[in-house]
Design a binder for this molecule. Structure first.
Ligand code: VGL
Ligand code: ZN
Length: 216
C-alpha cells in the first residue's frame, strides 16, 4: 500500500484515502502565490528565530515561485519588518527575541530565494503584525491593511501560501485571505512551525482548514 506523504500517495494504484485531500496546485492569472517571511532570522540556522526545517521550505518555495511565474500568476513576498522597539519583542514586554529589525541582515530575504514579485513589508512605518495583509500600530494596537489586498485586486480569486512560520505569520495570512474571500491553499511541504508547544503547527493548520482553507 502507498504511503501518504503530505497528502499525496507515493505509490500509484493504491486507493486507500490519504488524510489530506488530494488537490493539485496549478497556477494561472487568477492565482497568487504568497511567500511569507523567508528571511534570514527565520530561515538561516544562525537567525535569531531560526525555524527547524526551513531549508526544505526554501526549496519548495523556489519551485512554486518558478511555476507561478511561468504560468502568469502573481507572486508576492512578505517581510516581517520590525522597529527596534516593539511590544512584539521580549525586551519590550512581548515574547520574541529581537528579530527582523528593519534594514538588518536578519530582515533580508534568504539569498537563495527567487525573489520575483512584489515585496510587502509589514510595518515600514513602525507598525508590526503577523499577517501579510495587516499591520498593527504598536502603540494603539489598531490594525490597518498592508498594500497586499490592493495588489491582488479583483483579478485574483485564489491564493497559495508557503513560508514561515505555520503557527504565526502563515496562519494569520491564510486566515486573513479566507476572511477576504480568497480560495486559500496552504502547502504543507512549504511551511514549518516555530512550535513553542509541539502541536502548534498542526493546530494552526487545523484552524486554517476549519476556516475553509485547503491544506495539501
Ligand atoms: C513570525 C514570530 C514572530 C512569523 C514573526 O513570521 O511567523 N513569528 N514574528
Ligand atoms: Zn516578528
Amino acid at each position: 500500500m502507498g504511503r501518504c506523504v503530505d497528502g499525496i500517495r507515493s505509490v500509484r494504484g493504491s486507493n486507500a484515502p490519504c488524510q489530506a485531500p488530494l488537490t493539485v496546485v496549478s497556477y494561472d492569472g487568477r492565482a497568487a502565490l504568497l511567500v511569507v517571511d523567508l528571511q534570514n532570522d527565520f530561515a538561516d540556522p544562525a537567525g535569531a528565530l531560526a525555524v527547524v526545517g526551513a531549508e526544505g521550505v526554501i526549496t519548495v518555495a523556489n519551485r512554486e515561485i518558478d511555476a507561478a511565474v511561468a504560468a502568469g500568476a502573481t507572486v508576492a513576498f512578505s517581510q516581517d519588518w520590525h522597529p527596534e522597539h516593539t511590544p512584539h519583542f521580549a525586551r519590550d514586554g512581548g515574547i520574541w527575541p529581537v528579530h527582523c529589525v528593519a534594514n538588518t541582515w536578519g530582515a533580508e530575504f534568504v539569498p537563495a530565494l527567487h525573489v520575483r514579485g512584489a515585496v510587502i513589508r509589514k510595518g515600514s512605518n513602525g507598525e508590526d503584525g503577523y499577517s501579510a495583509f495587516t499591520m498593527r500600530d504598536v502603540e494603539t494596537g489598531e490594525t490597518r491593511p498592508t498594500e497586499l489586498a490592493e495588489l491582488l485586486g479583483r483579478a485574483i480569486s485564489r491564493v497559495v501560501v508557503v513560508g514561515l512560520a505555520t503557527d504565526y505569520c502563515v496562519k494569520a495570512t491564510a486566515l486573513d485571505a479566507l476572511a477576504l474571500g480568497f480560495e486559500t491553499v496552504v502547502l504543507r511541504a512549504g511551511v514549518r512551525a516555530v512550535n513553542l508547544q509541539p502541536a502548534d503547527g498542526e493546530a494552526a493548520l487545523a484552524s486554517i482548514r476549519d476556516a475553509g482553507g485547503i491544506i495539501v
